[in-house]
Design a binder for this molecule. Sequence first.
Ligand SMILES: *Cc1c(COP(=O)(O)O)cnc(C)c1O
Length: 380
Amino acid sequence: MAIQLFVPTFDVEACLGEIRECLEKGWTGAGFKTIAFEEAWKSYSDLPHAHFLNSATSGLHLALDIYKEQHGWSDGDEVITTPITFVSTNHAILHANLKPVFADVDAHLCLDPDDVERKITPHTRAVVFVGLGGNTGQLSRIAEICTRHKLVLVLDAAHMAGTKLNGETPRGDVTVYSFQAVKNLPTADAGMICFADEDFDALARRKSWLGINKDTYARAADASAYKWQYEVESVGYKYHGNSIMAAIGLAQLPHLDAHNARRREIAALYDKGFAGRAEIATVPTAAGCFSSRHLYQILIDDREKLIADLNARGINTGVHYRNNLDYPMFADQHAACPKAARQSQHVLSLPLHPQLSDGDVSRVVEAVCTCVETRLERAL
Ligand SMILES: *Cc1c(COP(=O)(O)O)cnc(C)c1O
């Protein structure tokens, strides 16, 4: 049987029970379960605000859009970001008509604070930090730089559901989670935007529903004859989440910590399996980081050959991520991040999800070691 890279694990009965409530009530849209899930997420994460969205991609765009409008940023103002991320992160910056300025990554494959500081100009407004694979990298130093230079810190926490840093939920001025099917808390597609600031949270609620100042759910509860008389205060987007996705989120949240604990166990088995093998480098977890372990990444020579060899043995792998500077839209900064360019050629994600058995993990470890050894022998 093939070993998959990612497999979502659903509590099917609990999901169906939550979804059934929506169908019986006749309410599948925003409100009802979305409110319940926002409350559940706030109490789980200890973040002060949370607004449920249809994706993290929407959330990252909404975050930058709101800061740009509220802080009076201009088109073309700069946002420092990483080239080692999913395309959503940097698309969000472009969608807001801001300019992505790429800083290099460190050994965690997260933004390198020294390079971030070098890339700051009078036009810099924000930094987007991606907690790659659930790792917090040097987030605390980045936060300190943002405070010192009065920059907004956007935390792309798509991989970080359940990550703690020194016992607390890591956060930026705004923190955006993904509950897409392969992320740590799987639904089908959903996200959460968590502003530190209450007014921005209120704005996000309006803007995610086309700028309308009163949501349909609140209007449905309004006994007056004037339910239709809502105000449209600004141009918005249709980014809000729905009750079916929130229902799945509510059913899955009680499993998040146990799933992440299993992910950490698997990561520890991989670490043990690869210990002492100079030809297999691993990505270190930052000090103080209790990682959600969205990814287990190794760095290896001749990665393409290893991908093919593992594939032939029924083991699926992934690359997180291709250097974004290879994409045509960032051609102007093609050579800006030499470390990211190099790491992205060697990095490989191994299967990691809660359904893997210890035996599966051993099979992957042995396959990786054998493929690498065979190659070394041939090279001698
Ligand atoms: C998955 C992902 C996103 C986008 O999440 P969606 O909910 O699918 O929109 C953003 N950033 C990173 C780093 C991701 O991995």
